[in-house]
Design a protein around this ligand. Structure first.
Ligand SMILES: [Zn+2]
Length: 298
């Protein structure tokens, strides 16, 4: 079999993730000459709102212990948007965004307000979605003087309105669901024009959430990657650029000989959109993750 393609999709959800985690990830990728696709939540960091809400849910203590959320996100992040004001993410670190582009990575947007989108995207109206996308595009243009080719939905949440609004934007593709191969998504009888290139692999926090250790997680990735022509692995600036930096470096070293690293924008350019399958998007629960995410229906 030919060398399989692997896309590293890096999501940046928080102020700390962009300011602290992303430079560490960029160093790690530069040492190995690997180019990734990076998606940044461009607007305010309201993480504290999500964290406080989760506090009131059953099973929170267990999830907190398993995923060690405070270690991943830090105390300040846990208070943003509640006791502390929500800091702007992209506008606080324009030099990190410019550095990512300068080093050959693709830069796209991961919504505007991650918490708002994550909690409400499935039911948002088109004007509500458009406000979020316009705000994110405005920040992107101000910093980079350009528009991004790709959009990745926060929390893998998409609804009919988000597909419709993204179709009208400057994008060439989106990567907003979990699935197995590129497709054209359909929700409530609306079929998107843009191709969707889904994340195909579980995230490390999902594996850890199932009680799988870091060593075993690397073995699982190595066994899975290469079983299909294209894999997309989503990593987080707050996780693999934080406490799991060493894990990520080891994983990259083990993968280097086995895969060809590609960026999503380059994969998207090679797609024949007209011949992609149309698949329904369904909300499903995934092992190791709270709530449901948008998945490619098969
Ligand atoms: Zn995210």
């Amino acid at each position: 079999m030919a060398t399989p393609d692997l896309v590293l999709k890096i999501d940046v959800d928080t102020h700390r993730g962009l300011g602290d985690g992303m430079p560490r990830l960029l160093d790690c990728l530069a040492r190995r000459r690997v180019a990734a696709s990076v998606y940044v939540s461009m607007g305010p960091d309201n993480s504290g709102k999500a964290i406080w809400r989760v506090f009131t849910r059953r099973g929170f203590a267990k999830k907190m212990l398993r995923s060690n959320a405070l270690r991943l996100y830090g105390l300040r992040t846990a208070l943003y948007g509640t006791l502390l004001p929500a800091p702007e993410i992209a506008r606080s670190f324009p030099e990190v965004l410019r550095r990512a582009v300068g080093e050959g990575h693709e830069l796209g947007i991961h919504g505007n307000d991650h918490v708002y989108w994550h909690d409400r995207a499935v039911g948002l109206s088109e004007p509500e979605v458009a406000r979020e996308i316009d705000a994110a595009l405005g920040a992107f243009r101000d910093i980079l003087g350009d528009t991004p080719p790709g959009f990745a939905a926060p929390g893998w949440q998409c609804g009919k309105a988000s597909l419709a609004v993204l179709d009208r934007g400057p994008f060439a593709y989106h990567s907003s669901t979990r699935g197995v191969r590129p497709y054209r998504p359909r929700i409530a009888a609306f079929t998107a024009r843009l191709p969707e290139i889904p994340t195909t692999l579980p995230t490390v926090d999902e594996l850890l959430g199932q009680g799988i250790g870091a060593e075993q997680a690397i073995d699982l990735y190595l066994a899975e990657i290469g079983t299909r022509p294209l894999d997309v692995l989503t990593v987080h600036a707050e996780v693999e650029g934080g406490p799991y930096a060493e894990f990520f470096a080891t994983l990259l070293d083990r993968l280097a000989e086995r895969v060809r690293f590609r960026r999503l924008v380059d994969v998207a350019r090679g797609l024949e959109v007209g011949s992609l399958p149309v698949c329904e998007v369904v909300q499903e629960a995934l092992p190791g993750r709270a709530g449901t995410v948008s998945c490619q229906g098969l």
